[in-house]
Design a protein around this ligand. Sequence first.
Ligand SMILES: NC(=O)c1ccc[n+]([C@@H]2O[C@H](COP(=O)([O-])OP(=O)(O)OC[C@H]3O[C@@H](n4cnc5c(N)ncnc54)[C@H](O)[C@@H]3O)[C@@H](O)[C@H]2O)c1
Length: 255
Amino acid sequence: MNAPFGPVAIVTGSAKGIGLSVATELAARGYRVVISDINGDDAEVATKGLEGAIAIPCDVRDETQVRALVDATVAHHGRLDLMVPNAGIGLVAPILETDLAAWRQVTAVNLDGVFLALRWAAPAILASGGGSIVNIASVSGTTGTPLIASYAAAKAAVINLTKTAAMELRPHGIRVNAVLPGFIGTDLVTDAAPDFERHLGLPSGGFGEVIEAKQGRFGVPDDVARAVAFLADPDQTWVTGSAFTLDGGLTAALV
Ligand SMILES: NC(=O)c1ccc[n+]([C@@H]2O[C@H](COP(=O)([O-])OP(=O)(O)OC[C@H]3O[C@@H](n4cnc5c(N)ncnc54)[C@H](O)[C@@H]3O)[C@@H](O)[C@H]2O)c1
């Protein structure tokens, strides 16, 4: 595909981690990518080396900013084909130690942020003749996951939102899918590991060992990026409402 005339994608929270890998994969496939992040400086740096990429800062919790992100993308590129609501944060805390403010912090980014991205991207994608939305959920949205109740509940809601939106938007030529990764070796997990270890009584490094044993290995951001690219591929005309698990078998086994 020719970059200046390729399809246009927004990836939220893409200054680093999985989002940056998704943006890189899409750019390699000819998308003109908008790297969007609450951290505008890092988003700007992340565009370097990605042909056709631009940076637009956006806090996905703020509806005005999300609308402005979509408007600025369409003003710059004239269209929008793909939205990847990827921005997310974590919180490791038992339910009995989680206060409402902390719960709302997590759900504001991980659920409200996905709703807002989908809500305001869809009309722009529709105006561009159809396209798709690929939400970044998690396997924690399908299983009880001790210590991350707010995160897991938000991801479960994202999976349901994916399916409901897929049905509502199908008549408009917009496919909506979700990827459900297991544990990927990004800052999100590295930063959370000591809290898991403290609550679970594991030695330093013990959380990583448990995850590697259950998954075969840690996932890497490129694992997720390739799955997003597959679901977004316009050739996948019949793939909508799906929740695609990639976790090395983590959730396939009972023990
Ligand atoms: N790492 C994993 O194991 C894993 C597994 C399953 C799903 N996920 C999901 O993948 C997504 C990306 O996670 P990651 O591991 O790359 O995390 P990360 O911490 O490496 O990157 C998250 C990015 O989101 C940005 N961000 C945070 N709050 C934001 C906001 N309010 N508005 C805009 N941007 C914001 C951060 O600045 C950062 O660039 C998240 O939705 C996460 O829940 C991660």
